[in-house]
Design a protein around this ligand. Structure first.
Ligand code: IPM
Ligand code: MG
Length: 378
């Protein structure tokens, strides 16, 4: 396959982690005989410095005309005092919106080798395998009116039936390919938007009769998530709740640095780790590249429809973790590494000594849970 991939390294540790993910994609191309062309562009603070705009038109054009986009991270203290439209984060939000990406998939699995890496008890986290589906282009992040003065500020939380329905369908479809269990998270005891959210999910449920649907209030779900995470499968949330809960869920996995994401819904998908730019460790070869490398696997699966290739990356990460390798954020890793040497180990594990393609069962990071799992673009 020929594919054009736009790479947006961004700020902080972004350039370091995307470099490792691109190297893994090159190893995949070599192993499976594909031709991937990579083009770098500016986003976030790096783009503000170079052009004054966190999402320059040239970057958006390149993304729109490529087959998939891989992003590192945006933000940092240097831009904290900038007005909203010149903050790195607003570049990312505009990019998500411009590409029509309304469904953000954030898988959270606990690797058997990392059961002790979480501050939670191993018997609580063991076997956790969640798929968050976060609504990404609506809600408080984009709602109007919004305003700020030093005396009063306004944000608005709007959702339409159509916006809820399209992301809920993604969650139902994913549940069908997994353990057929869907939790929808809301605050329907207080918020009108949440009442509508719940109604739309209930209206869709009969069309997915084999999927069990539960509703949870976000406050009690925040507690259930870290006390009995194994009880859940697919978790559907609005934008801000999903942002918060997915960082919380990272505690289960052992480190925020492990978790990937895929943003889907438009004609081009965006793939990025869920962590931020970590300016405190930027440029020190300390960042964990696994979240971005697993995002590259999601890019192969959801962006390019290359399932076996995605599994090859996931199996490589799996093997490297199983052997006790890890960056400093992974408590208890027997073999400590920097960003580059951990990336190199994973890349090497992608290249065949064995010519046999990995089977789904070989990988603890086989996110979609079943061979017939959801893998297409939306
Ligand atoms: C995330 C991040 C972003 C978000 C920021 C950087 C705008 O926290 O992807 O989770 O809030 O969506
Ligand atoms: Mg976040």
């Amino acid at each position: 396959m020929d594919a054009r991939i736009t790479v947006l390294p961004g700020d902080g540790v972004g350039p370091e982690v995307t470099a490792e993910a691109v190297a893994c994609l090159k190893a995949v191309a070599e192993r499976f005989g594909h031709h991937f062309e990579f083009q770098k562009a500016l986003v976030g603070g790096a783009a503000v410095e170079a052009t004054g705009d966190p999402l320059p038109a040239a970057t958006l054009d390149l993304c729109r005309t490529s087959d998939a986009v891989l992003l590192g991270a945006v933000g940092g203290p240097a831009w904290d005092r900038h007005p909203r439209d010149q903050r790195p984060e607003s570049g990312l939000l505009r990019l998500r919106q411009a590409l029509g990406l309304y469904a953000n998939l954030r898988p959270v699995a606990v690797h058997p080798a990392l059961e002790d890496a979480s501050p939670l008890k191993p018997e609580v986290v063991r076997g956790t395998d969640l798929m968050f589906v976060r609504e990404l282009s609506g809600g408080l992040y984009f709602g109007e009116p919004r305003s700020y003065s030093d005396d009063a500020a306004v944000n608005t939380l709007p959702y339409t039936r159509r916006e809820i329905e399209r992301v809920a369908k993604v969650a139902f479809e994913l549940a069908l390919g997994r353990r057929k269990n869907l939790v929808s998270v809301d605050k329907a005891n207080v918020l009108e938007t949440s009442r509508l959210w719940r109604k739309v999910v209930d209206d869709l449920a009969p069309a997915y009769a084999t999927v069990t649907v539960q509703h949870h209030y976000v406050d009690s779900f925040a507690m259930a998530l870290i006390t009995r995470p194994r009880d859940f499968d697919v978790v559907l949330t609005e934008n801000l709740f999903g942002d918060i809960l997915s960082d919380e869920a990272a505690v289960l996995a052992g480190s925020l640095g492990l978790l990937p994401s895929a943003s889907l819904g438009g004609s081009v998908g965006l793939f990025e780790p869920i962590h931020g730019s970590a300016p405190d460790i930027a440029g020190q070869d300390r960042a964990n590249p696994i979240g971005t490398i697993l995002s590259a696997a999601m890019l192969l699966r959801h962006g390019l429809n290359l399932e076996v290739e995605a599994l090859a990356i996931e199996a490589a990460v799996d093997r490297v973790l199983k052997a006790g390798h890890g960056t400093g954020d992974l408590k208890g890793a027997r073999h400590p590494h920097g960003t580059r040497s951990l990336g190199a180990l994973i890349r090497e594990a992608i290249r065949p000594p064995r010519a046999k393609a990995p089977r789904l069962a070989d990988s603890a990071y086989a996110w979609c849970g079943s061979p017939e799992g959801h893998r297409s673009k939306l």
